[in-house]
Design a protein around this ligand. Structure first.
Ligand SMILES: Cc1cc2nc3c(=O)[nH]c(=O)nc-3n(C[C@H](O)[C@H](O)[C@H](O)COP(=O)(O)OP(=O)(O)OC[C@H]3O[C@@H](n4cnc5c(N)ncnc54)[C@H](O)[C@@H]3O)c2cc1C
Length: 482
């Protein structure tokens, strides 16, 4: 019997035939839309490797038994939930992989308005949890652009961040506890306590591990009081991206707490905001403030004053309101026939890359990247960026780009080359990171050793300790070494 038949039969015996898909056409129809979208649009997509089978995991017990089987038999596993990850995390790269789909684990276990936490299984869509919380005038505070696509497991596993992160924090600030399964089938729980000092924070072994260490089956996240009608917001034009960055820095270091902080250069504005007209060097920025009305208003008034004192032009709320309404529209376009048609007709693909650095270096990185990347990758037709997540000690830049694809068959490599060029720039700065929130996946894995430097062996040791046979998403986050 072939490995494929053997594996499918054994897993079927564990989870039942209704939970195992072996038909290649069905498996292909479930392929993540983000993978090789350009080739798919051209009808030339053919994955290098097909999974042995696709398994629907409906309980912790199933996860445990299937993982134990795979571990024992050296079968590789790729876990997925929403399948919206953007860095090739779900790409199958060998001929002994099964896909474990955690999306059937979709129960909201509790919403606790006294202790301000929600516990959900890994397959709960964030949008569903957020809607349930909103019914109680609560919010998860987590709002990535992929909110309509992403599920709780993937959001925690990729160390995701949301558009309102400057106020609520990113996923690592929100996760209180979890249940998970190790590759050998052992189930563990990390209790959702408000804080603990019992040794290193074990949550962080799994948060951001991109499915390379454990299968997270359940997660408990914080909740916040929700005041959508009391939000303050406003937009501004500034003379340059640098001046905008200095204003954002002043707001952050003085201790104000906006929820949304966004600063766009002209290339990005022209691509995303037809309605805001900028002169060559100008930039567009906007802010929102949340929380109880008095706090939002006070934060907003102070932010407005800083902007005006720095010479910004007040352009009111029109463009900001537009962003709030349309901020997640990309999810409707991603993987759609409209996107495919655009790819076919123009031969141009759109992609992004997010990095982060301290206040001193971020402006230099932006300037260096604007010069270096278009030179290194001459088929770029647009290269710009925006700031979208700020901290007291620095901020991110989300580079956006259009690239004229030269060779459809190698489209993925062509836009990964842009990422690589950005990495060349960023890695020169010791205060900077090549990944702000999308995770490393298989797209940036070749730069992870440079990113982590002398701390890389810590990650390797963790991986080898928890997954000694290397069955969990090989080639993702850590390079293949064995
Ligand atoms: C249009 C668009 C916009 C985006 N915007 C943002 C954004 O604003 N902020 C942001 O942070 N990201 C963003 N992303 C990236 C992506 O949506 C996030 O990384 C998201 O967290 C992935 O969640 P998912 O459920 O789709 O995960 P998947 O794609 O299913 O999986 C992602 C990774 O997590 C692992 N994983 C999934 N479930 C589990 C589990 N139960 N246990 C262990 N590992 C697991 C997988 O193996 C994989 O490595 C965007 C993506 C798109 C397409």
């Amino acid at each position: 019997m072939s490995l494929k038949e053997n594996t499918a039969n054994a897993i079927t015996a564990i989870v039942g035939a209704e939970n195992v898909i072996t038909n290649e056409e069905t498996i292909l129809s479930l392929d993540p839309v983000m993978l090789s979208a350009f080739q798919k649009a051209h009808g030339t997509y053919k994955p290098a490797f097909m999974p042995l089978c696709y398994v629907k995991i409906a309980s912790t017990e199933m996860a445990s038994k299937v993982l134990a089987y795979c571990n024992e038999n050296d079968i590789h596993v790729i876990i997925r939930t929403g399948a919206s990850s953007s860095e090739g995390q779900l790409k199958v790269i060998d001929d002994r992989t099964v896909i474990l789909d955690g999306s059937p684990m979709n129960e909201i276990i509790s919403i606790d308005p006294v202790n301000m936490v929600a516990t959900a299984q890994c397959g709960v869509p964030l949008a569903v949890l957020e809607a349930k919380a909103n019914e109680l005038n609560l919010t998860t505070g987590h709002s990535p652009q992929s909110q309509p696509m992403a599920y709780m497991g993937g959001l925690v596993a990729t160390r995701s961040t949301g558009q309102f992160s400057t106020y609520y924090g990113s996923i690592e600030d929100l996760v209180c506890g979890m249940e998970g399964v190790l590759p050998n089938g052992e189930v563990f729980r990390i209790r959702p306590v408000p804080r603990r000092a019992a040794g290193p924070d074990l949550r962080h072994i799994v948060i951001g591990a991109e499915g390379t260490i454990a299968f997270m089956t359940e997660v408990t996240v914080k909740l916040f009081s929700y005041y959508p009608d009391e939000m303050w917001r406003n937009g501004y034009i500034v003379k340059s991206f640098d001046e905008g960055m200095a204003t954002v820095r002043e707001i952050m270091v003085k201790g104000y707490k906006p929820s949304v902080v966004r600063l766009y250069d002209k290339a990005d504005v022209d691509h995303n905001y037809g309605s805001v007209k900028l002169k060559d060097e100008e930039a567009f920025m906007f802010f929102s403030c949340e929380g109880p009305g008095e706090i939002a208003a006070a934060n907003g008034a102070a932010i407005h004053k800083i902007c005006m004192d720095n010479g910004a032009e007040d352009i009111g709320t029109k463009a900001v309101d537009h962003w709030f309404i349309h901020r997640n529209d990309l999810c409707d376009i991603t993987g759609s026939e409209m996107e495919a048609k655009h790819y076919r007709e123009t031969g141009i693909a759109y992609a992004t890359m997010e990095i982060c650095a301290n206040w001193e270096d971020i402006g230099k990185i932006y300037t260096d990247a604007m010069e270096y990347v278009p030179n290194k990758v001459p088929n770029l037709t647009m290269f710009g960026g925006h700031v979208s997540h700020s901290y007291i000690n620095g901020t991110n830049i989300y580079f956006v780009y259009n690239i004229k694809i030269n060779d459809v068959a190698n489209a993925d490599l062509e836009y990964w080359a842009v990422m690589d060029a950005v990495c060349d720039v960023v890695l020169k700065y010791p205060s900077a990171t090549i990944v702000h929130h999308h995770g490393v996946g298989k797209a940036r894995v070749l730069r992870i050793k440079e990113e982590l430097g002398t701390s890389y062996p810590l990650l390797r040791t963790l991986k080898d300790a928890f997954d000694p046979k290397g069955i969990m998403n090989p080639g993702c986050l850590l390079p293949l070494e064995k």
